[in-house]
Design a protein around this ligand. Structure first.
Ligand SMILES: [Zn+2]
Length: 161
């Protein structure tokens, strides 16, 4: 088992558009929302990542709401940090696969392994080897166009095998 790290890594999420803003709290319906930031954290295989994420906080009931775009930017920051630390454990494997937008069967097909192998990575029976972790990390942290090109290359490699 991987050692549980006690150290939290603080991430900075990118600025960007957040779409339409709420004008009333969806909890108590009061129009007392103010902009703030709230820490969100994610613990994956003992790597703890924390970031201050923009939020709307209700002054009446205390309800905290994050825009979906800000939550997506938090996830992106976590993905990049996870790749940067070289995480290869089960939670990292599943997180990175999902960040790459792949189902387990698709990933198995792209990498030329069985679905059982992907399952072993994600249940912690066997860590991803370094080459797999590198490839999955690259897929997960790439932008959409870059990712599509990488998937095409993996498909070509599979077809040529
Ligand atoms: Zn409220």
């Amino acid at each position: 088992m991987e050692e549980r790290s006690m150290e939290a890594e603080r991430l900075v999420i990118e600025d960007g558009p957040t779409g339409p803003r709420m004008t009333r709290c969806h909890g108590c319906k009061q129009a007392e929302l103010r902009d703030a930031a709230r820490d969100l954290s994610r613990d994956l295989d003992g790597h703890l990542f924390i970031a201050a994420v923009p939020a709307q906080v209700c002054g009446a009931c205390g309800e905290v709401t994050h825009a979906l775009d800000d939550l997506a930017r938090f996830d992106t920051a976590v993905t990049r940090a996870l790749v940067a630390v070289g995480a290869r454990g089960p939670e990292a494997a599943r997180w990175l696969r999902k960040a790459a937008g792949l189902r387990a069967a698709e990933l198995a097909d792209l990498l030329g392994v069985t679905p059982e192998t992907v399952s072993r990575w994600e249940t912690g029976k066997h860590p991803m080897d370094r080459a797999t972790a590198f490839t999955l990390g690259a897929l997960a942290s790439a932008g959409p166009a870059e990712r599509a090109a990488a998937v095409d290359r993996l498909r070509a490699l599979g077809a040529a095998a």
